[in-house]
Design a binder for this molecule. Structure first.
Ligand SMILES: [Zn+2]
Ligand SMILES: [Zn+2]
Length: 227
């Protein structure tokens, strides 16, 4: 509790230039947002623009996707400080980046976060994807809905790609029917194989969602192999 309180009160340093103030200063924000990301979050192949290639768009349940960048440098430090150092202010900076990146979307868009494993959530006392999703929803005036639940206690981190892909299929269940006619924007902090996002989108489509988009803060290429 006290630790949580301190994480809000302690002065933040920019993850890029170490300037005191916020976790990402305006200069480093501009630098980061000027580097467009154009690799597919699912297959990791280069795509024209955005973060979903035409093949994956045609084959899978995701209709559109955006990513702020690769999992490295300032983005990695921001995500890490949010996950491991309890710097919740980092969630606001990440949401600001996504807000800058996303085009205008329908006002009925419902933001749905990809839930973190329950054990991790208990450990940290919060769900980092939920913090980013709620901050983004607040900026855009969209509702944020808790529509996904983990169907088991398994963690995605630190296991092999094949295991992740196999487990992802049964990773989520929906907490209820999807809002009818409203597009859904899935929000996650890091896309490691894209398997979780794909599985989450599939479950949401099965629950009646007409359109499922995804916005992720960083895409990790580690361990990715060509399919
Ligand atoms: Zn800076
Ligand atoms: Zn692709």
């Amino acid at each position: 509790m006290i630790e949580n309180l301190l994480s809000w009160l302690a002065p933040h340093r920019c993850v890029g230039c170490r300037a005191e103030g916020s976790p990402l200063c305006s200069v480093c924000f501009d630098n980061l947002s000027e580097q467009p990301w154009n690799r597919c979050i699912l297959c990791y192949l280069p795509c024209g623009s955005g973060a979903l290639c035409r093949d994956c768009q045609a084959k899978g349940p995701l209709d559109m996707a955006w990513a702020a960048g690769g999992y490295g440098g300032e983005l990695k430090r921001l995500v890490k400080s949010l996950k491991f150092e309890r710097a919740r202010q980092a969630a606001l900076s990440l949401a600001e980046l996504l807000d800058w990146l996303l085009p205008e979307l329908p006002t009925t868009t419902a933001v749905v976060f990809v839930p973190t494993a329950n054990s991790r959530r208990r450990q940290r006392g919060y769900d980092q994807s939920e913090l980013i999703a709620r901050a983004l929803a607040g900026r855009r005036g969209w509702p944020c809905r808790q529509m996904l639940e983990r169907s088991d206690g398994s963690r995605q981190m630190g296991s092999g790609r094949r295991q992740r892909l196999a487990r992802a299929k049964t990773l989520f269940k929906t907490a209820g029917p999807a809002p009818s006619g409203a597009p859904i924007l899935l929000v996650d902090d890091v896309a490691t194989t894209g398997a979780s996002l794909g599985a989450a989108a599939k479950v949401l489509k099965a629950a009646g969602a007409s359109q499922v988009m995804a916005a992720v803060c960083a895409v990790s290429g580690a361990g990715r192999v060509k399919m």
